[in-house]
Design a protein. Structure first.
Length: 242
């Protein structure tokens, strides 16, 4: 739990990779807002020049006819509107510049693994724009932290399930076949399989009925894993014969 002045920001136990991912996201948001500021600046400049051109002395009759009160009024309104947009976007850019500031203390925990300069200017408070009642970005930021951690844990769980075991107890209880079943289940071409059965139920079914083909097993295992599995299988057969 990271408590900032006036704001409580609950963060899960973070890793350097997660901090760097969050900093990358903050940089992307800041860059996008900066690009929007540049666009607003160009738009405001064009509107201002258009208004100035309409205020220049009339050079011809045709010019006079095209320059009525309505045209000048519209140009004036457009110039004021774009100027306000530019000012508001400038405020947003200032907010986004300090978006990564509250992550400074988290980044400092990892010393040189995470560049604390990416958190500058250092902020002790979350920018006000994220704490207003009508703003949902603060909630989204906290949800993103949890989502990243959940994604990492899910990936680690899949890798663990797909790795053939080396423990004899797990081998004797169908651990190798289950690992192959998990690999088959998570294969990119098995969307239909994943839509009709869960990974655990599929692995359990394969382990119980044992019709997982040898060719599939050998194709899914590395040579080192396959040799280890054959060695253990042979040892288990010798034990059973005794």
């Amino acid at each position: 739990m990271n408590t900032l002045t006036g704001v409580s920001l609950p963060l899960p136990d973070t890793s350097p990779e997660e901090i760097n991912m969050l900093l990358d996201r903050c940089s992307a948001i800041y860059n996008r807002e900066t690009e929007e500021y540049d666009r607003c600046e160009r738009e405001s400049s064009r509107a201002e020049h258009a208004l100035m051109a309409l205020k220049q002395p009339v050079q011809s009759v045709a010019d006079s006819r095209s320059r009525n009160k309505s045209t000048v009024h519209d140009a004036q309104s457009d110039s004021e509107r774009t100027a306000v947009n530019l000012m508001n976007q400038g405020v947003r850019v200032n907010y986004m510049r300090g978006l990564a500031g509250p992550l400074y203390d988290e980044a400092r925990r990892f010393n040189e693994i995470v560049d604390t300069k990416r958190c500058l200017p250092r902020a002790h408070r979350i920018p006000e724009i994220f704490t207003r009642r009508n703003e949902f970005l603060f909630i989204a930021a906290a949800d993103t932290c949890y989502a990243i951690r959940s994604l990492r844990l899910a990936a680690e769980d899949i890798i663990r399930k797909c790795t053939p075991p080396t423990d004899k107890y797990e081998v004797n209880n169908g651990g190798v076949i289950k690992a192959q079943a998990y690999r088959h289940y998570y294969h990119t071409g098995n969307d239909l399989l994943r839509s009709i059965i869960s990974a655990d139920d599929y692995a359990k079914y394969i382990a119980e009925f044992g019709w997982f083909m040898k060719e599939s097993r050998e194709a899914l295992m590395s040579e080192e894993q396959l040799n280890e599995w054959k060695k253990m299988n042979k040892e288990n057969e010798n034990v059973n014969h005794q």
